[in-house]
Design a protein around this ligand. Structure first.
Ligand SMILES: *Cc1c(COP(=O)(O)O)cnc(C)c1O
Length: 377
């Protein structure tokens, strides 16, 4: 009977208000009742994306919206630039190649963020580039890219900027209109306090023009169909009704907490994690750490996979380890969605317990004190 705490960078903890909403008897989607819920979702998604343009909702995991973003805004053989600094940006490149795009890849060391000047130079030297694809927050390495600066560069060119903001939306501001972003991708199971199963896609006017002429085959993810349906407050195909009802509640909760308060809270949680990690003499993995997920180097001689296992099995705390070549070498703590200061203290208590068991030496409570100073002083 071990109590469970989820601090992974997705899926995330879900408030009971949202769980109870989703447990209600199902309603039919071609009804005024559903359309009213979806209309509310539309208004609040526009606030989340800071835009006056529509936000599309798909019944799919986040990867569905990544695919939709790419297939709707290109023609076959288009030249594109993909910035790769982890597993999710790698996936963008794979999708682009799957659909026959000529993808130029800039591959960075994991944990590095892209220097926007590199993109600027690339676009000057390759003026036929149709799009630039980049992660806002690369979840696999806990790294944020400077999207504001990149958008400033790309918006002056013919290219469109495609941003995977799945672990940025609801964590940090994503001002789509103000920054002149073009395509922004979201997902339900990260900061939106929902189970997996919904993905979101936003396009600028510049990107919608691309959608009108795109000749890559698509059916389920044809956004022109979705836009037509959206104007009638519904979706083209059967929506994930219960998830959308849950979304309506979670967005209402976020709005009443206040978007700015939410961003401030997330900053504070991140800072408290950084403080606790440093107090334990551990090191951050990323050169430009993400606000939503903190990646930490596992000290030499310790097995990171075992650390994650002890946290889960002995203390009931689920965090994430590293993927692929980072397996065993980093741990990742998600501070996105329905997470509070108390969760941080639970985490550091468990981390200290697990590290002691593994023979790592430090003074009991040192990370808790450091985190408390940030959270409560
Ligand atoms: C979780 C995540 C995705 C989507 O992954 P799915 O498993 O398809 O939901 C995409 N990009 C980033 C940065 C993510 O964190």
């Amino acid at each position: 009977m071990n109590k469970k705490y989820l601090l992974a960078p997705g899926p995330v903890q879900i408030p009971s208000e949202v769980l109870l909403e989703m447990a209600k008897p199902i309603i039919h989607h071609r009804t005024e009742e559903f359309e009213a819920v979806f209309a509310n979702v539309q208004v609040l998604l526009k606030e989340l994306f800071q835009t006056t343009e529509p936000v599309l909702t798909f019944a799919s995991s986040g990867t569905g919206a990544m695919e939709a973003a790419i297939v709707n805004t290109h023609n076959r053989n288009d030249r594109v630039l993909v910035v790769i600094n982890g597993k999710f940006s790698e996936r963008m490149g794979l999708i682009a190649e799957t659909y026959g795009l000529q993808a130029e890849l800039i591959e960075l060391e994991p944990g590095e963020a892209i220097d926007p000047v590199i993109i600027e130079k690339f676009l000057q030297e390759n003026p036929h580039t149709k799009s630039v694809m980049v992660e806002y927050s690369e979840t696999s390495t806990g790294t944020m890219n400077n999207i504001e600066k990149i958008a400033e560069i790309v918006s002056k060119t013919e290219a469109i900027l495609i941003v995977d903001a799945i672990t940025a939306l609801g964590v940090v501001p994503v001002p789509c209109d103000k920054w002149k972003l073009d395509v922004v991708i979201g997902g339900s199971q990260k900061s939106l306090m929902l189970p997996p199963g919904l993905s979101f896609l936003w396009l600028s006017k510049k990107a919608w023009k691309r959608a009108e002429i795109s000749n890559i085959p698509k059916f389920y993810f044809d956004i022109r169909e979705e836009l037509t349906a959206l104007k009638k407050n519904t979706t083209a195909w059967t929506p994930a009704i219960s998830l959308i009802q849950g979304l309506s509640v979670s967005l209402n909760m976020m709005k009443s907490f206040g978007w700015d308060n939410l961003f401030k809270k997330n900053q504070l949680l991140m800072q408290s994690v950084h403080a606790g990690i440093k107090a334990l003499n551990l090191e951050l993995f990323s050169a430009n750490p993400s606000v939503s997920v903190t990646a930490v180097k596992v000290p030499e001689g310790l097995d990171g996979e075992k650390l994650v296992e002890i946290l889960k099995n002995v203390y009931g705390v689920t965090i994430a380890g590293g993927q692929s070549e980072l397996k065993g070498k980093i741990i990742r703590i998600g501070t996105l969605g329905y997470i509070d200061s108390s969760d941080i203290l639970v985490f550091f208590g468990a981390l200290e317990g697990a590290l002691k068991k593994m023979g790592y030496s430090f003074e009991w409570g040192i990370s808790l004190a450091a985190a408390e100073r940030v959270l409560y002083e």
